[in-house]
Ligand binder design. Structure first.
Ligand code: AMP
Ligand code: MN
Ligand code: MN
Ligand code: MN
Length: 277
């Protein structure tokens, strides 16, 4: 079965409306899809309807931003969540509520680099302040021809340690795992090798994540090389975590992988979706 359990619509920092994400997934041969917008569930009903109209199975998801220890942040994908769960909705809203102030702080740092009006520019790309993300700033800087593409904006301005980066307090890992479990979902660590932490710190995090009820890890990840997929498979086996498949698609031409185009999953791993469908 062709599976893709991590992608974004324009409800967060993707480029396509939710229904178009589902239709594109269908065109690419995906049979089981989860939409996982950052800190939001507002696109799920539209995406589900379009997916089911094309005969796809659909899982409700969200990618939750969490902070850990001294300014580390991780992304935890909740899958099979009830998108009407009040505690989950309040938790995700609390994260979104922090995004606008952070965006003003990012714009203040970019101003010091001589980049003016970045808040307004990013907000225009985001559509609404509550989901404004670094991806929207990146699109604005590309539009202004300050960098040639989104990736180089991150490399020069927005990644941790770069001049436009600001620390931010997201949800705690405990809170995010509690919301996901309370809404009937399972928690999966997103793109394990795309965080600015050492391998030792990643392993400590994974131990804590598992102890707190985390159940899965993205192994076949669009943002990972074949070697990195193997490394994630070793972590899945070591920590007893189930494996997920994730394009992390954001839009045509902008993402590592298109919908349904994640690398293959090593076949000894336990797929996270087996108990969800
Ligand atoms: P935020 O949630 O505001 O911290 O923004 C994070 C988002 O920025 C991620 O979900 C990606 O969509 C995007 N992003 C992060 N790092 C990179 C990168 N190195 N290249 C391209 N996009 C990135
Ligand atoms: Mn994103
Ligand atoms: Mn992510
Ligand atoms: Mn993502």
């Amino acid at each position: 079965m062709k599976v893709d359990l991590h992608c974004h619509s324009n409800v967060s920092d993707g480029l396509l409306p939710p229904a178009e994400v589902s239709r594109r997934a269908a065109d690419n041969g995906v049979e089981l899809l989860a939409l996982t917008d950052h800190d939001d569930v507002a696109g799920l009903a539209e995406a589900r309807a379009a997916a089911e109209a094309r005969g796809l199975r659909f899982l409700d998801g969200s990618e939750v931003s969490v902070s850990w220890r001294d300014d580390a942040s991780f992304h935890i994908v909740g899958l099979g969540i009830d998108p009407a769960n009040a505690t989950l909705l309040a938790g995700l809203k609390s994260i979104r509520d922090g995004r606008d102030g952070r965006a003003h702080r990012i714009a203040g740092e970019l101003e010091k680099c001589g980049i003016h009006d970045a808040y307004e520019g990013a907000a225009r790309h985001a559509g609404k302040a509550s989901i404004i993300s670094r991806a929207h700033f990146a699109r604005f800087l590309v539009e202004r021809r300050i960098s040639p593409d989104v990736k180089s904006v991150f490399d020069h301005y927005l990644a941790k340690g770069k001049p436009g980066y600001v620390p931010h307090e997201w949800a705690s890992v405990e809170a995010a795992l509690g919301w996901i479990a309370g809404a009937g979902g399972v928690a999966v660590l997103a793109h394990p090798l795309r965080y600015r932490v050492s391998r030792d710190e990643l392993r400590v995090f994974l131990g804590a994540f598992k102890d707190l009820g985390g159940q899965g890890i993205e192994v076949a990840c669009g943002a990972h090389s074949i070697e990195e997929v193997k490394e994630c498979a070793r972590m899945a086996r070591h920590f007893g975590l189930k494996a997920s498949v994730a394009s992390d698609f954001h839009g045509p031409g902008e993402s590592y992988a298109d919908l349904g185009k994640a690398p293959p999953l090593p076949d000894d791993l336990v797929p996270i979706w087996h108990e969800l469908i």
